[in-house]
Ligand binder design. Sequence first.
Ligand code: SAH
Ligand code: SF4
Length: 391
Amino acid sequence: MAVLDLNLPPANPLGDAATERLNVVGLTRGALRDALIERCAVEPKKARMRANQIWRWIYNFGLTDFEGMTDIGKPLRARLAEAFTIERPRIVDRQVSKDGTRKYLLGFGPGIEAEAVFIPDVGRAGALCVSSQVGCTLTCTFCHTGTQKLVRNLTAGEIVAQALAAKDDLGEWPSGKDDRTLSNIVFMGMGEPLYNLDNVRDAIEILSDGDGVSISRRRTTVSTSGVVPEMKRLGEETAAMLAISLHATYDDLRDELVPINKKYPIAELLDACRTYPGVGNSKRITFEYVMLKGVNDSDAEARDLVRLLKNIPAKINLIPFNPWPGAPYECSSWERIEAFADIVNRAGYASPIRTPRGRDILAACGQLKSASVKERASERRRRELAAASAG
Ligand code: SAH
Ligand code: SF4
């Protein structure tokens, strides 16, 4: 898999190309220290202290310029502003659902757009669902992102910036530790995070830092379709919680729904779960199971699911299928989902159904982006028509 080729542009797409200023957002603390020495002539023995100051202003107080960093002398502030930027993505679209779900379409550059969704009352207070790629190389048949080609990986800065943009919108500065609305991060937006693991790792390091956004690794969940060879490294390098998009209990069906299963079948995937670093009763793996009418929602499959996960510290998350235009599936009926959940429940798994959120604002992954692309296509058509009739 030519994953490395996809990290384009390499370092700093949000930076200011004309002056080659470097975007600070997305640099780990260590990288920020080095950059201060290299680009701003900060004395090496003071670099750690300066990095700490800047870090707190950006990630604890939400500053987007150096001017307001009042504990840094004016001359250095000016040098910082010449060398660096503190970037936010453009909010291309923002929708707020009746249930409080907030969905953002964020622009990182021409044609580079990804979604983030804030969902209240998930986790300790509320969860932000972030994207790791624009599009996806995988082609899960029930997923709208799967119909969109991969454009590129998001950089660590672009992943972090999704959380900063949501915090701006929620008014969540400074980053208090109690009493927050954004308490959890889930990598369940667009893309396959394990095909962009280096950037996902750096983003988690930055977002979990206790001197800033401070969303702990235990409150950070990375969902994968099952990229088995990267799972161990995910655990070792991020200590994040793991979620697996299982969706089927036998290989024939999973081959169809989640085609990466042909490469890494269910038995291999579950083996990698059993040995996921840190896994245990206090660090359970979440298994996601999308409810598709007449496809994977029988009582027998509920029993098989329970049997399959028997020796794995697991949580089960039944997700009502979110339909999208042209989708080849329907969502199971509510009665079917409840019957399925009952079997799972009786096997000892608590509250297995994930309630559908933000239904009134196009909730399924990838939909907001495609809606905006469509809008622009129709705008273009209108313009062309107008031009033709004018001519
Ligand atoms: N690529 C990763 C993470 C992004 S998808 C993965 O596949 O796990 C996040 C979750 O949303 C996955 O469990 C995915 O299966 C689920 N999902 C995708 N499309 C969906 C839809 N239309 N309805 C319900 N769940 C969906
Ligand atoms: Fe990609 Fe995940 Fe969608 Fe599959 S479910 S196409 S891996 S984003």
